[in-house]
Design a protein around this ligand. Structure first.
Ligand code: NAD
Ligand code: UDP
Length: 332
């Protein structure tokens, strides 16, 4: 049985859908700090199954011990965490507390329960401003926000823990820019408040909830002057997790750090155009000043995940736009 912490969030819910479809048993844990219980109903609707869910905080050790004693868990994917870059600058202690202490508490409980396989959600934010492109896993780490630094600390904890313990199988996955939704349109990303990220913001413009997209700068040294990122379809990203779990299960012991991206840069303007096509009309935008801390271009060298796991992202930017729009169109 696979435990997904943060299982009702954007990525956790897509992983739950995929692994249930593949026939795995799953238990989800979430404190609902950034998700809604309605996602559980949607997952049941999507999979036709009742899904085991426990509403607790991963930092609550006693409650997590209870989960491990109640369910025959063999592998864990640790999605739970706080992910807003801006919020982390305003509330650094909350970010370090949630991201770092959740991991430490989880590892204690896993160790006690003798469950030794974990996939950890890390981020390309760990690299900060890239020195060269594409970015390999060995690139310099220079995160520029408390969010990025909290994930860097988590990675270090996992590395130290792996050095000290026998038989642990650990994969650290550094995500680039996840986008898109399940092709059913039943689950997707539901941001709280005004989105910071490009794709949910464009989706709200498409729904007429915002008058226009603010494009943060068009004077970068990129294909059309707008920022370039490595957007990756959420389903491809989740495929990377299932392949990582399968690979870990063949290893006696492992600590691997892998980039998950398409390895291709897509500009803000190109993403906006893909959305306009999906929606069927031009979406309004205004070019405004650059956003502080933004790099011109960020994209992955994802060849290591390809070599090790046989994984490669296959879905296009058009599919990300179409699937996101299908989900948003249905959203009440
Ligand atoms: P999300 O906010 O949609 O999902 C995280 C879930 O974890 C939420 O449902 C939230 O309620 C829950 N949660 C948070 N703290 C918890 C705690 N202490 N105990 C129990 N539940 C808790 O985020 P997501 O997009 O699904 O991201 C999942 C992970 O991937 C996060 O760790 C995030 O930092 C990382 N990540 C996300 C992105 C992205 O763009 N989505 C990029 C890089 C890394
Ligand atoms: N961006 C933008 N307008 C927005 C949000 C984002 O122009 O309302 C740009 C941003 O400057 C960057 C790209 O879109 O070039 C991706 O930003 P996002 O916040 O989604 O991801 P990150 O910067 O964390 O990679």
């Amino acid at each position: 049985m696979i435990l997904l912490t943060g299982g009702l969030g954007y990525l956790g819910s897509h992983m739950a859908a995929q692994i249930i479809e593949q026939g795995h048993e799953v238990v989800l844990v979430d404190n609902l700090s950034n998700s809604k219980i309605a996602v559980l109903d949607r997952l049941s609707q999507l999979t036709g199954r009742d899904i085991s869910f426990v509403k607790i905080d991963v930092r609550d050790k006693a409650a997590m011990q209870e989960v491990f004693s109640q369910y025959p868990i063999t592998q864990v994917v640790h999605f739970a965490g706080s992910k807003s870059v801006n919020e982390s600058i305003q509330q650094p202690l909350d970010y370090y507390d949630n991201n770092v202490n959740s991991l430490i508490s989880l590892l204690h409980v896993m160790k006690e329960a003798q469950v030794k396989t974990i996939v950890f959600s890390s981020t390309a934010a760990i690299y900060g401003e890239p020195e060269s492109l594409p970015i390999p896993e060995s690139a310099r780490q220079a995160p520029i926000t408390p969010y990025g630094r909290s994930k860097q600390i988590c990675e270090q904890i996992l590395q130290d823990f792996s050095n000290a313990e026998q038989g642990w199988k650990i994969a650290v996955l550094r995500y680039f820019n996840p986008a898109g939704a399940h092709s059913s349109g039943i689950i997707g990303e539901v941001p709280n408040g005004i989105p910071n990220n490009l794709v949910p913001y464009i989706a709200q413009v498409a729904r007429d909830e915002r008058p226009f997209l603010q494009v943060f700068g068009n004077d970068y040294n990129t294909i059309d002057g707008t920022g370039v990122r490595d957007f990756i379809h959420v389903q491809d990203l989740i495929d990377g997790h299932t392949k990582a779990l399968a690979w870990l299960s063949t290893q006696p012991q492992a600590f691997e750090v892998l980039n998950l991206g398409r390895g291709e840069g897509v500009s803000v303007k190109q993403m906006l155009d893909a959305f306009s096509k999906a929606v069927g009309h031009e979406l309004p935008y205004k070019v405004v000043a650059r956003r502080d801390g933004d790099s011109a271009s960020v994209y992955a060298d994802a060849s290591r995940a390809n070599c090790l796991l046989g994984w490669q992202a296959t879905r296009t930017v058009d599919e990300m736009a179409i699937d996101t729009w299908r989900f948003y169109e249905k959203l009440a």
